[in-house]
Design a protein around this ligand. Structure first.
Ligand code: IPE
Ligand code: IPE
Ligand code: MG
Length: 244
């Protein structure tokens, strides 16, 4: 019989991991392939990473799939990305549901096509009772846009006399963000060696630990996620306080 896993192995598992999945284009270019081949392989890495997150006991995983700025890419690449998103949602929902994965979304639904919105609704509804892992897909998402949407709601409530402006604080503001009941990411990972946020989760990452990994997203999987979690485990989180 093998000896039990030491308790400390799971003691430092982050509650919420958010990932900026970057490097699909470079992965394809390095092989002389079209960019879409990188995005396709990127979808395989999503599958592997969702499985790994479940195995590692991470309760919340947010994946940046399409930013509000990605519309600036050439039309054919945007179309390829949208087709792959649809394919992923169509093909994976049953499997995700079987594996206890709840699917939710953040981002601005305006600008997304009706068929994608319908697939998003179906994914969310099918998996609403699943509790092993919550997978949050950021689609047409930008942190500034999310903050502006929250501010607009607050302004509307104040203008309608439903909210006293003097009571607006961080908690009241956070309630108007896209997924107010999801805890802020403990760990933010960006692949492909780029070291920037690219407008991802600007409010929520105020105190997230950042890990930049050189792996290109299509090559990311269990080992890379484990490595980021190990790095996270070595960090001391002080939240502005002090340790001693
Ligand atoms: C990430 O890979 C996928 C999306 C942004 C949708 P990229 O397409 O940004 O790949 P690189 O950065 O060009 O290598
Ligand atoms: C960020 O990657 C968006 C996603 C991963 C969906 P980009 O490749 O679009 O970011 P920039 O343009 O290099 O900052
Ligand atoms: Mg990129």
């Amino acid at each position: 019989m093998s000896s039990p896993e030491p308790q400390t192995e799971t003691a430092n598992v982050p509650r919420h991991v958010a990932i900026i999945m970057d490097g699909n284009g470079r992965w394809a270019a390095a092989r002389g392939l079209p960019r879409v081949a990188g995005h396709r392989k990127g979808a395989d890495a999503v599958r592997a990473t969702v499985r790994a997150a479940r195995e590692l006991g991470i309760p919340y995983l947010t994946l940046f799939a399409f930013s509000s700025e990605n519309w600036r890419r050439p039309k054919d690449e945007v179309m390829d990305l949208m087709e792959l998103l649809k394919l992923y949602l169509r093909r994976e929902i049953a499997d995700l549901h079987r594996n206890g994965v709840r699917v939710r979304f953040i981002g601005d639904r305006h600008g997304l096509s009706d068929d994608i919105c319908a697939l998003m609704d179906r994914a969310a509804e099918t998996t609403i009772g699943d509790t092993d892992l919550t997978l949050i897909i950021a689609l047409n998402y930008g942190g500034q846009g999310e903050i502006v949407r929250a501010a607009r709601q607050i302004a509307e409530d104040a203008a309608a006399g439903k909210l006293d402006p003097s009571t607006i604080d961080e908690a009241c503001f956070a309630q108007r963000l896209d997924n107010p009941d999801v805890p802020a990411p403990d760990l933010l990972i960006r692949t492909s060696g780029e070291q920037r946020l690219s407008n991802f989760l600007l409010w929520q990452c105020a105190y997230s630990e950042l890990v930049f990994d050189d792996t290109l997203w299509p090559d990311f999987g269990h080992a890379e996620l484990q490595r980021a979690i190990d790095l996270f485990g070595e960090r001391e989180r002080r939240f502005g306080g002090r340790s001693g």
